[in-house]
Ligand binder design. Structure first.
Ligand code: NAD
Ligand code: ZN
Length: 358
């Protein structure tokens, strides 16, 4: 097919307090007494004021998702096995948290109906069956995981998503009230994932008018929030939530670029989290994205954010080679960033030199 025909999220609700409508939203999706499973970011484990708002019915269950490490295929398989052993069937999975928890919800939903390990489906369009009903409720804004057709997983041999038409959520609930307590550094790192998605999409060779219109809007919102506003407020939470959505829509029809290609290597080897990893890399990418990096540095300074430095110091040749292998494996990202002849431009030596600067 010449043009990508991509699947979008089924239903979207946006607004302060929209989370209170979850009960009504879920009601028609309940199948007999099969439970709804709530995957909740472990940050909310000891927050009864929050968990008390979940519309739990008799057999429903809350599973706190440990996001100390970003999602692994083994964790997905484990939760799927536990749910199948305990309930057989479930009505659906509601993922409430940042990108990691939302990705866990997507992945476990898919693995409830597809046999084997999640690792068997890392790639493009490998899943055979739609998953169970799934809902995404972001409590951090930036990744675009709420709208994307992937769920990013680290497996035994690679870090790669389950990309498919079955992957997008059936429903998302965008309630800016849920992001208001996010810690300043984390909020910034995740927001910069969105900013970087926009720059990589807008500067990429895959760009078309569809991607551009979403990318420009998301970029403009990020600039307004991080460069113009005198201080953080409710309006900033609302705008950042929509920037994340639009940033995700922008890359749906294009691709990310150098920062993501390089940060995937870091994350595979060192377990560096996605948001901060992208910031560590983007900070050093002036040769690829001069204007974006300049503006990024201004945002970092204005918000007093610390970007970790020298994280690859002391790594062995073998370790550098592993990161380079992971990164070089992401051909579409490099092609989007540098064009069809990217292999001529990005040698292993050039990439090694870049990793050494991080
Ligand atoms: P995250 O989900 O990894 O969470 C980061 C930290 O913030 C965790 O400690 C979490 O407990 C905490 N947290 C979450 N919500 C909070 C809140 N409201 N208040 C306080 N703390 C809160 O962070 P992220 O940056 O949103 O997501 C990164 C993940 O998203 C990675 O696993 C990455 O691979 C994935 N990702 C997926 C896509 C996609 O399209 N599927 C795109 C980009 C990134
Ligand atoms: Zn990203």
């Amino acid at each position: 097919m010449k043009f990508r025909n991509f699947k979008l999220v089924g239903y979207v609700i946006f607004g302060r307090g929209a989370f209170n409508q979850l009960d009504e939203i879920l009601a028609p999706q309940r199948k007999g007494d099969a439970p709804m499973i709530f995957f909740v970011d472990h940050f909310f484990r000891d927050k009864p004021a929050f968990t008390g708002r979940l519309p739990l019915q008799v057999k429903d269950k809350i599973v706190f998702i440990d996001v100390t490490h970003e999602p692994k295929t083994s964790y997905v398989d484990q939760l799927r096995d536990e749910l199948q052993a305990e309930f057989g069937q479930v009505s659906g999975i509601v993922g409430i948290g940042g990108g990691s928890t939302m990705d866990m919800a997507k992945a476990v939903s898919l693995m409830m109906t597809n046999p084997g390990s999640a690792a068997d489906y890392q790639g493009w369009d490998l899943l055979k069956h739609p998953g169970v009903y799934k809902v995404g409720v972001p409590t951090l804004s930036g990744t675009g995981a709420e709208v994307s057709r992937t769920t990013v997983l680290t497996g035994p041999t690679k870090k790669l998503g389950l990309n498919s038409d079955f992957t997008p959520f059936d429903q998302i609930v965008l309630d800016p009230e849920l992001v208001k307590d996010a810690p300043v550094n984390q909020r910034f790192y995740t927001a910069m994932d969105c900013y970087i998605h926009c720059v990589e999409s807008l500067e990429g060779t895959y760009l078309n008018a569809f991607s551009r219109s979403y990318g420009e809007k998301a970029l403009e919102l990020c600039q307004e929030i991080f460069l113009k506003k005198p201080h953080w407020d409710d309006d900033a939470d609302e705008k950042l939530m929509m920037a994340s959505y639009a940033g995700g829509m922008s890359i749906a029809y294009s691709q990310v670029g150098v920062a993501h290609a390089v940060s995937y290597g870091l994350s595979y080897l060192l377990g560096t989290h996605h948001g901060v990893g992208n910031c560590i890399v983007f900070d050093k990418l002036e040769e690829f994205y001069p204007q974006g990096v300049l503006e990024f540095k201004e945002m970092v300074a204005r918000h007093n954010i610390t970007i970790p430095q020298h994280i690859t110091k002391g790594l062995s040749d073998e370790q550098f080679n592993k990161m380079i292998d992971v990164s070089m494996g992401l051909a579409p990202l490099w092609e989007n960033a540098l064009g069809k002849d990217w292999q001529q431009q990005m040698s292993r030596e050039r990439l090694r030199a870049l990793y050494e600067r991080l």
